[in-house]
Design a protein around this ligand. Sequence first.
Ligand code: GSH
Length: 305
Amino acid sequence: MTDLILHNYPMSPFSQKMRSMLGYAGLSWQSVTVREFPPRPHLEALAGGYRKIPVAQDGADVFCDSHLIAEEIAARANRPELVLANISPEAQAWVQRVDYELFFPCVFAAGNSTLRRKARESMSVTDLLRFVWDRLNVGRTATTRITGLRDARTIVKAHAADIEARLTQDFLFGATPTHADFATYHGLWMIHVLAESSLLKPYPRLVAWIGRMQAFGDGVSRPLSIADSLALARASTPRAIADNEREDARIGQRVRAAPDDYAQTPTAGVLVGATPTRWIVAREQADVGTVHVHFPRKGFVLVSV
Ligand SMILES: N[C@@H](CCC(=O)N[C@@H](CS)C(=O)NCC(=O)O)C(=O)O
């Protein structure tokens, strides 16, 4: 099996979720560094309209959303605890809560002079302005309410107190980590590690847990150029789809798949695969030939066109 390719950028929290899982899983991987905001033409070739980061790639198969990428990491490293569907209902509900209630407050609460300096070091002033403008538009067009702009620090502190109380063992749901730890970590990573903020200091068990999560590292990565990632897709054939992976009356039809929350730009193609948890959409593009783009069902909508 070849190393997974992760299209990511250093300051992206959801990319950090994947980098930390790769570190925990002990996997080596290939890193394509992408811009912080669209247009990203090579990702348009690979994933169509889907514009969130990270995106993973294995040859001519492309995986959208961290929940699905986690399944790829879990399968490669035999780490079933990284798959959301494998963890307890209580832990799954926890992930849903931190995804929707903690992530954005963390992003807003992380905004301090250290973060601005780091952003300024990786982007020109013009790009920084374009980035802010882009994210304002993402917020404006979101179908779910993006909470936390006003009370970000208060919301983060309430979650931090919950996490502090839960951490009676080394990880949130026991002595070893699960998907829930990684889903909780990346927002807090932005505050504590990236922005070097003191906001979480009053929560010693939480800070110690961040240290344990950080100690997993990011796995061993080697850089891959955008051109090489496209060439790899072009030279590869998508994975075969089994008969029991065609469980949808729309197989063979033209469809559009899009996130149901924010940055909902759709990917168009032909539905070629469907399992109880994912859809697989085939796309043809001159730069990459035929690629199969995988979407989780949870958090996405699929419509016939
Ligand atoms: N549900 C997605 C969320 C990913 C996400 O929101 N990523 C951020 C960057 S960390 C993003 O892409 N924001 C808007 C954008 O760039 O279009 C996942 O789990 O992968």
